[in-house]
Design a protein around this ligand. Sequence first.
Ligand code: SF4
Ligand code: SF4
Length: 371
Amino acid sequence: MIRNMISKKKIIRNSEKPIQKYRFYVQSAFALLCIWIGVEFYFFVRYLESNGTAAFYNRPPGVEGFLPISSMMSFFMFIVTGEIHYAHPAGMFIFFAIILMSLVFGKSFCSWLCPVGFLSELVGDAGERFLKKVFKVKIKMPKWIDYPLRSIKYLLLGFFVFSIFFLMSTMAVRAFLDSPYNLSADIKMFYFFANISRTSLIVLSVLFVLSIFVRSFWCRFLCPYGALLGILNFISPNKIKRNAASCIDCGLCAKACPSSIKVDKVITVWSDECTSCMSCVDACPVEDTLDIFTLLPAKKSFRPGKKWVAIGVVSIFMAVTGIGIISGHWQNKISREEYLYLYKNMNSFGHPTGPEAMKKLNEESYEKSRR
Ligand code: SF4
Ligand code: SF4
């Protein structure tokens, strides 16, 4: 009855400022920024390859955003000692920005900024269209496979967190951060992709193909970063809420959700897979029925609205990284000469396997670089 009483005026169409196009613009801009960083870093590596004879290109600090483990360890050091480690300070600021935006807007980094998330989304969209057109099917993972697979990313996160926060002392973390392995981690990462091994290529190809059939395969099942942000999602006060009184049970929200959340069956979305993408809100045809709300202890929720997710996510990222830049902690303190030394000896730097090994490696190898 109540549903029948809903005025036709309340039924709106998706043309009413859907936020998805703005999300696409933000994702595209961030992806272009990452490509730009990649190009700059390529020229920096070319300079190292020339042994310092080619024109010098500044190393783009943003490349440190692709070193999540090192960034997490720098963040740990900062929390414990208040010191910003000199090797990858930009990585630490980027890590902090992502943590902060997740605390405020849930797992929003995945659907608004992450270039891997963006690529997965594009591949997933193309895969869905292809499967619908050619085989007339839409693949949905059964729960009994979905849940165990989703736990893999938490196991990977648990391994990293346990290794860093429980097995390593502050000294050992510092020794790792000071180690030449960590100092040259960005160059090693560059060569991982530039001279990709057959095994790595096969693994990446398999992940790509799987992403065609199962939307965001990497993000949903394997990404430990996503697992961390998914946990923070539960703490975030901003949640998708449905007004059951005005809902017409059309199911369009659940159909639009890329994370397969049954939005139409809950009042508040409490899910580690919700990325605050706002697809469900855009899809809802009934005014004032689905939106993002700030849960307050009082009965009344505050409604920031979907546009504030867009503005908030971008603002938090720019503010935190801006503080890093303005405070003079964006560029690292490794000189050109040290980079040339690190580049020349890069292949002799193995992964430090224990505090003692790291300390020894650090003392022996890095002292050489300073001579
Ligand atoms: S519940 Fe809504 S905001 Fe969350 S992932 Fe699904 S569509 Fe996006
Ligand atoms: S889109 Fe979802 S919340 Fe909106 S009316 Fe349909 S079922 Fe209800």
